[in-house]
Design a protein around this ligand. Structure first.
Ligand code: HEM
Length: 254
């Protein structure tokens, strides 16, 4: 098949890494923006979480659309990682000696960053989903709302009272930032956007978006831990009752 033949070439693989990378990058931007709802209070962020499940409920059922997004994300993620493994192998075999020496320093610096931060982010993801989405790992108090989903505000607030959880999150976000910066830059190279005229803009875009995502994500554990985010309301029934109203207004606003 044509698609498979294209995938076997180095250019085909780079295209797959670039496209899946863009999908993952967009997910990170949306996730980071969604998390910022914490600053609008418990009702807002929990309603946002509920809205994600109610989206197109009439057609896909409760949470159905979210499952489609999860499957697309997982496929993009697996394809991204697997194709990078194949590319690294292919490069090792095909590279002439003089080229190998000349590029060694630059290649190792970027390569080591990606190869160290990538697996750490992977391990982080497993714990992250077990902690906040499924509630399987509960090092701090965990609450489920009346709609049967984890209460984002309650769970985040309690988790980030613990210094090592807050700072572990901040450290991993720094790694996500480094991974993104190198990833975006190499994606621009793969798709041929980098040329002397555009190099500066590509580098600035990669750095600025990675730093913005870092600030957006890391601000949550940092500010909760520092006491700048108020504790969740104790009468959680009231939050639950208000939730449905707010989540409906989300649908109208967005
Ligand atoms: C400080 C940083 C972060 C915070 C506070 C945070 C918070 C959360 C919360 C509260 C949930 C549960 C949401 C819900 O069930 O509605 C969640 C889910 C998730 N997060 Fe994060 N997150 C952060 C960073 C990240 C990063 C960097 C990644 C990816 C590398 C990530 C990937 C995910 C994934 C895949 C899910 C599961 C989504 C699902 O299947 O429903 N998160 N996050």
């Amino acid at each position: 098949m044509r698609v498979l033949r294209f995938y076997r070439t180095a250019i085909g693989k780079k295209a797959v890494v670039a496209v899946t990378g863009v999908v993952l990058f967009l997910f990170l931007v949306l996730h980071m923006l969604g998390n910022l709802n914490i600053y609008s209070g418990a009702e807002k962020i929990d309603a946002y979480s509920l809205y994600l499940r109610q989206f197109a409920e009439g057609f896909f059922g409760f949470g159905g659309f979210l499952w489609i997004v999860r499957i697309v994300l997982l496929a993009a993620f697996l394809l991204h990682v697997w194709t990078i493994v194949l590319l690294v192998k292919q490069n090792k075999h095909g590279r002439p000696i003089h080229y190998r020496r000349k590029r060694r320093f630059a290649a190792t610096l970027a390569g080591v960053t990606m190869m160290v931060t990538g697996p750490i982010i992977l391990v982080y993801l497993v714990f992250h989903i077990l902690q906040f989405t499924t509630g399987t790992w509960q090092p701090t108090p965990y609450k489920v709302t009346n709609s049967g989903i984890g209460s984002a505000y309650w769970n985040l607030w309690h988790a980030f009272q613990v210094w090592w959880i807050a700072w572990a999150y901040i450290a991993v976000m720094a790694m996500v930032c480094m991974h993104l910066k190198h990833g975006l830059w190499s994606m621009f190279q793969s798709i041929g956007l980098n040329n002397p005229d555009r190099n500066r803009s590509c580098r600035i875009f990669a750095s600025v978006s990675a730093i913005a995502i870092f600030i957006g994500f890391a601000s949550v554990p940092l500010l909760v831990w520092a006491g700048a985010v108020p504790p969740p309301p104790q009468h959680t029934d009231a939050v639950d009752a208000a939730l449905l109203d707010v989540s409906q207004s989300f649908g109208q606003e967005h």
